[in-house]
Write a protein that binds this ligand. Structure first.
Ligand SMILES: [Fe+2]
Length: 244
């Protein structure tokens, strides 16, 4: 099963500071059945400015350091890209890491504060024009979208894929977020799941329960499709595609 969203590359963002804690999280995820973990540090100007090269090098070092302990787990490096950091001052797509198999996809994070929905649509269109599909990270966390649930459907109709956090289903982000995540599960609008792991203690407390809940809501067959990456057309190689 794929975990499309984690912050477990140590020292790069607000995830673990040590490789030991990162390895603890991997052990937990592997025990729960995750065998393909995406390493997706934040890409946000002014906060987390790790380049594609930095993330690739960190992922290689991580595989060398802990990969041998988890031979059944594949690691793919990418970024979680903030909406405000997609384009540079000249309007060009910045050099963050995408993923995919045969086409490029970006894991896109929305701002915590309010933002115009049109800005999101415009960004999605520009990315599509550049040959990049959008996977929206934890859309259930955004109150503005939750207040206008028809927007989730509109995004899906535009080809956007939705990645729900497993931990949202076990209450890590509170009741409103949990309800929205449940609605997305029940409406066929979940295309990928992630744990968004930052800390071992939080992952240990919220991921197992969230996985059980996801299984109840989505059913075994749908969980298997989502977990395999079929909805995102992620191949077995989990290859990394970048562009210049
Ligand atoms: Fe994240």
């Amino acid at each position: 099963m794929i975990d499309l969203h984690t912050h477990i590359l140590p020292g790069l963002d607000d995830g673990p500071k040590t490789i030991e804690e990162s390895a603890e999280i991997v052990a937990l995820l592997a025990d729960l059945g995750f065998d393909h973990i995406f390493l997706t540090p934040h890409f946000r100007q002014g906060f987390f400015e790790n380049s594609a090269e930095t993330v690739r090098a960190a992922a290689d070092a991580f595989r060398n350091a802990v990969g041998g302990r988890f031979p059944s787990v594949r690691f793919t490096a990418a970024h979680e890209v903030h909406l405000g950091s997609v384009f540079d001052s000249e309007g060009k797509v910045r050099g963050f890491l995408c993923f995919g198999n045969g086409h490029r996809q970006v894991l896109l994070e929305l701002p915590r504060q309010q933002f115009p929905f049109e800005l999101l649509l415009h960004t999605i269109e520009r990315l599509f024009s550049a040959g990049i599909c959008v996977v929206l990270a934890h859309p259930e966390k955004h109150g503005e979208l939750a207040e206008h649930p028809e927007r989730f459907r509109e995004l899906c109709e535009r080809g956007v894929k939705l990645q729900v956090n497993i931990t949202s289903l076990s209450g890590f982000e509170g009741r409103r977020v949990r309800k929205t995540a449940e609605m997305l599960c029940g409406s066929g609008m979940v295309h990928a799941v992630g744990t968004d792991s930052h800390r071992f203690a939080d992952a240990a407390r919220f991921v197992p329960k969230g996985l059980r809940r996801a299984g109840e809501l989505l059913g075994e067959e749908r969980m298997s499709v989502i977990g395999s990456g079929e909805e995102l057309q992620i191949g077995q190689t989990g290859e990394i595609l970048t562009w210049s």
